[in-house]
Design a protein around this ligand. Structure first.
Ligand SMILES: Nc1ncnc2c1ncn2[C@@H]1O[C@H](COP(=O)(O)OP(=O)(O)OP(=O)(O)O)[C@@H](O)[C@H]1O
Length: 355
C-alpha cells in the first residue's frame, strides 16, 4: 500500500494553465477522487501521476520519494482509462495475462493469477471470448482485471465508467470500490459525476480551474462545503445571500436571510468574510404543517411528482427560490401559499467567493 503526496503541481499547455498549484494526498489504501467540470484539470493531474505528462513544477511523492524522474513504464501503476483499448485479436484471458507475459512470468503463474482476477471481476467463464464478443460493461471489467492482475502499488482510473449506460455504471462502480478495498490498493479516480465520487471515495478533491477548491471526505464536501462552487457541484443546493451575518461563538454565525434570523454552523472563512451565503440542502427543509412555526413563507411555483417524493419550489417574498422534497402524498398546489420549516443542523454558512 502506498501513500501518495501531490505537491503544488503546475502544468501549462502553450497558453493554457491546466494546473495552477494542485496539492492533495492519498493515504495508504485510500480511494481519492478528482471531481470537477470538463477542463478543470482532472485528467492532466492523473496523467502527471501516471508519468504520461511531465509537470512544469511541483512534485509527486510515493512513500516520501519523488517519482517524477521515473518513466511511466517503471512506476508500477495500474491505469484504466475511458477508452480502455483491449487488444481486439486477443481473448479475455490473453488480454488480462498480457502484462504478466511481458514480465516473463511462468505460464502456470499467469494462468493462476488470470483465473483469480477474472473471478474477482466476475468474468469467470468468458476467458476464451474476444473483446467484440462481450458487452461494454464486461469489456470495462476486463480492463480493470488487466490493471489489477499486475498488483500495482497505485491504481489510476480516468472516467472508467463513462462509456457505460446508467445501470451498468452503477453496478461496475460498486465493483470497482469493492475490489479497491479488498485489495487495499491506493487509487485515484477521475470523474465529473458527483454521485459516483460521493459513493466510492474516501476523499474527494473538488477541482476548479486548475486548482483544488476543497479536499475533504464526501460527507464534509456535501455538508460543509468551503464555498458555493463546491456546494453546487456536490448535490442539490439552495444558496441564499444573507442580509446580515455576525459570528456567534467559535464555529457559528447568526444570519438574517429570507425574513428569518437563524443561528447556524459556518465555514471558518465565513466569520471574516464581507458577504456570507447560506447553504440549505433539500433535507434541511420541509413544508410546514398546520401548527408548525415556519421560518420562511412564500408561494409554491412548482411541484413535480417523482414517485418516492415530490420536488417542490417555493418563491419567498424576497425573490429567493427554495427547492425541497415533500412526501409523495402531501397536498402541494402551485400558486398557493406555503410555509417552510428549517432544520438548522443541516444549514451551513459559507463565505461569498467571486465565481
Ligand atoms: N494537449 C493539450 N494541449 C493544449 N491544451 C490542453 C491539452 N490537454 C488539455 N488541455 C487543456 O487543459 C485544461 C485541463 O484539461 P484536462 O483534460 O486536464 O481537464 P479535465 O478536467 O480532465 O476535463 P474532461 O473532464 O473534459 O476530461 C483544459 O483547458 C484543456 O483544454
Amino acid at each position: 500500500m502506498a501513500t501518495v503526496e501531490v505537491k503544488n503541481l503546475r502544468k501549462q499547455y502553450r497558453n493554457v494553465v491546466a494546473l495552477d498549484g494542485v496539492s492533495l494526498e492519498a493515504r495508504a489504501g485510500q480511494m481519492v477522487t478528482l471531481l470537477g467540470p470538463s477542463g478543470c484539470g482532472k485528467s492532466t493531474t492523473l496523467r502527471c501521476l501516471a508519468g504520461f505528462l511531465e509537470p512544469d513544477g511541483g512534485d509527486v511523492r510515493i512513500d516520501g520519494e519523488s517519482i517524477l524522474s521515473i518513466p511511466s513504464n517503471r512506476r508500477g501503476f495500474g491505469v484504466v482509462f475511458q477508452n480502455y483499448a483491449l487488444f481486439p485479436h486477443m481473448t479475455v484471458a490473453e488480454n488480462v495475462g498480457y502484462g504478466l507475459k511481458l514480465r516473463k512470468c511462468a505460464k502456470s503463474e499467469i494462468h493462476a493469477r488470470v483465473v483469480e482476477v477474472l473471478r474477482l471481476v466476475r468474468l469467470t467463464g468468458l476467458e476464451d471470448r474476444l473483446p467484440r464478443e462481450i458487452s461494454g460493461g464486461q469489456q470495462q471489467r476486463v480492463a480493470l482485471a488487466r490493471a489489477l492482475v499486475l498488483k500495482p502499488r497505485l491504481l489510476l482510473l480516468d472516467e472508467p465508467l463513462a462509456n457505460l449506460d446508467a445501470r451498468l455504471r452503477d453496478e461496475v462502480r460498486w465493483l470497482v470500490r469493492d475490489l479497491q478495498q479488498q485489495s487495499g490498493i491506493t487509487a485515484f479516480y477521475v470523474t465529473h459525476d458527483q454521485s459516483e465520487a460521493m459513493a466510492i471515495s474516501d476523499m474527494v478533491a473538488v477541482m476548479k480551474a486548475g486548482r483544488v477548491a476543497q479536499f475533504a471526505s464526501p460527507r464534509e464536501i456535501y455538508q460543509r462545503p468551503a464555498e458555493r462552487y463546491v456546494a453546487n457541484f456536490t448535490g442539490e443546493a439552495n444558496i441564499l445571500t444573507c442580509r446580515t451575518a455576525v459570528p456567534a461563538g467559535e464555529t457559528r454565525m447568526r444570519v438574517g436571510v429570507g425574513g428569518a434570523d437563524l443561528e447556524v454552523d459556518c465555514a471558518p472563512a465565513a466569520r471574516t468574510a464581507g458577504d456570507v451565503e447560506l447553504l440549505l440542502r433539500p433535507e434541511a427543509l420541509r413544508l410546514a404543517a398546520p401548527g408548525d412555526t415556519a421560518a420562511f413563507r412564500g408561494i409554491v411555483t412548482k411541484c413535480a411528482f417523482l414517485g418516492a417524493s415530490q420536488h417542490c419550489e417555493i418563491e419567498l417574498h424576497d425573490g429567493n427560490i427554495l427547492k425541497l422534497a415533500a412526501p409523495p402524498n402531501a397536498r402541494v398546489v402551485p400558486g398557493e401559499n406555503a410555509g417552510v420549516v428549517i432544520d438548522c443542523t443541516h444549514a451551513w454558512a459559507m463565505p461569498k467567493v467571486p465565481a
